[in-house]
Every structure is written in C-alpha cells, then in structure tokens.
Design a protein around this ligand. Structure first.
Ligand code: TMP
Ligand code: ASP
Length: 261
C-alpha cells in the first residue's frame, strides 16, 4: 500500500490517498482542540492511544455486525480505512446529561436519562456545529429518511454494545459522538460507521470514583490526559498492565506542550 498525497486535514486527523482509489490512510495527530478550535494544544502520545483504542472498538463493532470504515491498523498512528462520503452530521448519544446539554437546557449535571437520547449537530466548525432536528436534515437534504432510520438503529446498537464493554472494565459511558459515511457495498448504496471512537469523542467516567477518563481532562484543564487515556487502553486490554504505550517513550508521552489556550 503506497501513501499518496494529503486529501484532508481535520482537527485531530489527516487523511492521505493510497494507490487504491477506494482506500485511504487515516493518521491520528497529537493535536487536541475543544469548543470548536477555541482552545488548542498538542499532547504527545494522544494520537497513538486514540489510534489503538478506536481500532479496538471498531473491530469489536464489526464482530457484532456494525459495518464500519476500518480495514486495518498500519502502525502506531495510521489505519487503512475505506473512503466514504462523510454525512455532514454529528450524531451525539447521551446516557447521562453533562456538557453542552446541561447548559443549553438547564439540566442538572449527572442526571441519568430514562433512555438514550440522540441529538444531531450540523458538522460545520464555522457555525460551531449547531444542534439541528430531523426536519432540518430532510429539509436541506443532509441525509435521507432511509439513511437516518438505518443510522438510528446502528447508533442504539453501538450504544448498547459500548455501555456493556465499558461497564465490564469499570467505566461508565456517559455520552459520545459518531459520524457515518456513504459507500457502495456490492454495487448498492450503504451507510457505514466512520471517523473514530476514542476518549476524544466519548465521555468516560470511572464507575466508582466518577473520575473523568476522556477529553474533558483537557476541556476543563484537569491535566493528566495521557494517564487517563492509557488507563482506558489498559482496562480494555489493549495495553499490558505494566506498559505504557509500547515503543513510545513514557516520559515523552506524558509531557504536555501548551500552544495556545
Ligand atoms: P457536548 O456535551 O459538548 O455536546 O458533547 C457531547 C459528546 O460528544 C461528548 O462525548 C463529546 C462529543 N463531541 C465530539 O466528539 N465532537 C464534537 O465536536 C462535539 C460537539 C462533541
Ligand atoms: N471536537 C470539537 C473541537 O475540537 C468540540 C469538542 O470536542 O469539545 O473543538
């Protein structure tokens, strides 16, 4: 597989072409952003951990029949993925109210929801990823009814699976964000899970202490982001108990370089 030119650079990842027109390489950067790029830094080793954690979760989801873009992990920072047309919607799933919903609706932080809540946001950084309704999605043709129905079923299945997977390792899945892409499977149009699932895109709390093991450590200036992500990777069995991210210098991994707040 030959790595070609850069096709797209996002806040946390870069997509490169390959010599196969249907496949691209997804590179995980160490950049961390929050609140739509208002707060930025580089945290050495974050990309390595997210690459591994996302690979683990997407491979497990494949095994329960959730089609997704992952083909295989190439190295510490890169994966081969299927090229898809990303649907411009962020699908947010909430099991417990925290973050933006508590501010937006005045809900008490930590309120356990009766049922998982799916929210849609338009994927547009300049507009600050605004919350939208299904009616907006259909009115502006951001996705079809068939696609949304299919995605909603997948989203709830993914939530059920991930709640169980994390519960088994002493972590509560509070909320997370998913993205989906259009592709052709055997000549037929389909939608598959894309992007990443990692502590950057989920809120993960220790089941007993409720310690935050996700990007809120950066958003809220709690520090120790790498130890928290490493803890998630270890509990999922991706890293051995003693090891920090293999082949990467531990001290380098822990150092946080602040660029700009
Ligand atoms: P929020 O409380 O800020 O709306 O975030 C809800 C969840 O979605 C949380 O797990 C973080 C994740 N998320 C992203 O991964 N990317 C985003 O752009 C946003 C807004 C949220
Ligand atoms: N992903 C968004 C950003 O990087 C928002 C967030 O995760 O807080 O700005």
């Amino acid at each position: 597989m030959k790595k070609g030119k850069k096709l797209y650079e996002g806040k946390a990842k870069i997509i490169y072409a390959t010599n196969d027109k249907n496949l691209v390489i997804q590179y995980f950067k160490d950049d961390a952003t929050a609140f739509n790029n208002q707060k930025k830094t580089t945290i050495e080793g974050k990309g390595v951990l997210n690459n591994r954690i996302s690979e683990h979760i997407l491979s497990n989801l494949s095994q329960i029949g959730i089609k997704n873009h992952l083909v295989k992990r190439l190295n510490m920072r890169e994966q081969i993925i299927k090229l898809v047309e990303i649907i411009p919607i962020e699908f947010i799933v909430r099991n417990v109210a925290t973050g933006s919903i508590t501010k937006r609706l005045g809900i008490e932080d930590g309120t356990v929801l009766k049922e998982p809540l799916i929210e849609y946001c338009l994927k547009d950084d300049k507009l600050g990823d605004p919350l939208i309704s299904e009616e907006h999605i259909f009115a502006f043709d951001w996705a079809s009814k068939v696609e949304i129905d299919k995605i909603k079923k997948m989203v709830l299945r993914i939530n059920d699976f991930m709640i169980g997977m994390f519960r088994g390792v002493g972590i509560k899945l509070i909320d997370f964000k998913l993205e989906f892409g259009r592709t052709k499977i055997d000549g037929k149009n389909d939608v598959i899970l894309a992007d990443e699932i990692s502590p950057d895109t989920c809120r993960l709390w220790d089941s007993i202490t409720e310690k935050k093991l996700d990007k809120d450590r950066f958003r809220k200036d709690l520090g120790d982001l790498i130890p928290a992500y490493t803890e998630v990777a270890k509990r999922l069995g991706i890293l051995h108990e003693q090891s920090n991210v293999s082949a990467v210098n531990v001290t380098k991994l822990s150092s946080v370089k602040r660029k700009k707040k």
